[in-house]
Structure formats: structure tokens, C-alpha cells
Design a protein around this ligand. Structure first.
Ligand code: HEC
Length: 167
């Protein structure tokens, strides 16, 4: 077998393997790249806006429930069922919602090294559909760095919040 043939055989094998994997994926998960999980679209009426982050034309309104705010301020565990919402506005119009939600035993849906306690993450478009192209492992990997603070980046602002959203 000369080099060219060897190379194309390798490519064929790789394509066959890729095709096999994606067919298997499509059979197991009808929407292969989407990652539906237990996070539901937030009840926005229950959310208290406690922090604002601005970067260029992006404005993020970060919120959670009153119960969660109280628990955090009293240094108590965050109740199951809590949602945190990062509403991402572009030039003043809602662009997407990033949501974290916690439920009893939800961590067990993932292998240990991917886990973020019992929190799961999701990206919703304003029409409540999830972003089919997102792999929420990415969300979890970054938020893992905040393990000591309930996986939250805005823990200091949560503690300092007294009714006016903190920038
Ligand atoms: C590269 C790191 C990174 C990734 C990836 C990431 N986040 Fe975050 N997230 C942050 C930071 C930093 C903040 C604090 C707000 C800010 O600075 O924009 C934050 C804040 C949040 C908050 C508000 C609560 C908190 O932690 O303070 C939610 C909810 C959230 N992210 C959800 C998500 C979701 C859902 C995804 C994936 C679709 C995601 N994040 C991906 C870094 C990340």
C-alpha cells in the first residue's frame, strides 16, 4: 500500500467511525446536539433582580428568588427548586436567558467530574426554546471554579444586596 492509499484508507475509517458515532447518537438522542435537562424556563415574575453587569452593548440582569436571597444572606443552604437567571440584553432588547436551577439529587445525572453540586444549566431563547447548539458541559466547567460559593459568580453581590441591583 503506498502512502496515498494508506492515507485515504485512514480517512475512510475515520469517516466510518464518525458516521457510526453520530448514527448511534441520533438513535439514542433524537436531537443529538441538544441537551435537554431538568432546567425549566424560569418563572420571571418570581425573580428579584440583584445585580447588573454591563459590557459594551451587553447588559445582564441577574436575578433569583426572594427565598434564595434570604437563605444566602442568612448563610443557610439554597432551597431546592431555586433558579438563578442571567437575562442577557443586547442594545436594550432581550437576547437570551441563562438559567441555573437546583434540585434534590440532580447532580447524579452527570458523572462526578462534570458535576456542579445539584445545579443544572440551560440556555433559553426568549421564545423559551433551548439553544440546540449549546453543550451545557461548558457552563458547568466554568462555574465549577465557584464551588466554594454555591457555583455562583455573583456571591459577593448577593450578600451585599439590600434592594437596589448592584452594578
Ligand atoms: C467562561 C466562564 C463561563 C461560562 C462558560 C458560563 N458562565 Fe455563567 N457566569 C460567568 C460569570 C463570570 C458570571 C458573572 C456575571 C458576569 O460577569 O457576566 C456568570 C453568571 C451566571 C449566572 C448568574 C448567577 C451567578 O453565577 O452569579 C447564571 C444563571 C449563569 N452564569 C448561567 C450560565 C449558563 C446557563 C451557561 C452556559 C450556557 C454559563 N453560565 C456559562 C461565567 C461563565
Amino acid at each position: 500500500m503506498d502512502r496515498i492509499d494508506g492515507f485515504s484508507a485512514m480517512r475512510r475509517a475515520r469517516w466510518a467511525a464518525l458516521l457510526g458515532v453520530s448514527l448511534a447518537g441520533a438513535l439514542l438522542h433524537p436531537i443529538a446536539r441538544a441537551e435537554p435537562n431538568r432546567v425549566s424556563f424560569p418563572d420571571l415574575a418570581q425573580q428579584v433582580h440583584y445585580a447588573t453587569v454591563k459590557r459594551g452593548n451587553v447588559t445582564e440582569h441577574i436575578s433569583t428568588t426572594r427565598e434564595a436571597l434570604e437563605a444566602i444572606q442568612k448563610k443557610q443552604p439554597i432551597p431546592d427548586g431555586t433558579q438563578f437567571v442571567l437575562a442577557d440584553y443586547r442594545d436594550g432588547a432581550i437576547f437570551r436567558y441563562f438559567v441555573m436551577e437546583k434540585g434534590a439529587g440532580w447532580g447524579a445525572d452527570f458523572e462526578e467530574r462534570r458535576r456542579t453540586g445539584d445545579w443544572q444549566f440551560q440556555w433559553f431563547w426568549p421564545n423559551r426554546q433551548i439553544n440546540l447548539k449549546e453543550n451545557t458541559a461548558r457552563c458547568m466547567a466554568c462555574h465549577q471554579s465557584q464551588k466554594e460559593q454555591n457555583y455562583l459568580f455573583t456571591a459577593p453581590r448577593l450578600a451585599a444586596f439590600r434592594g437596589t441591583p448592584i452594578e
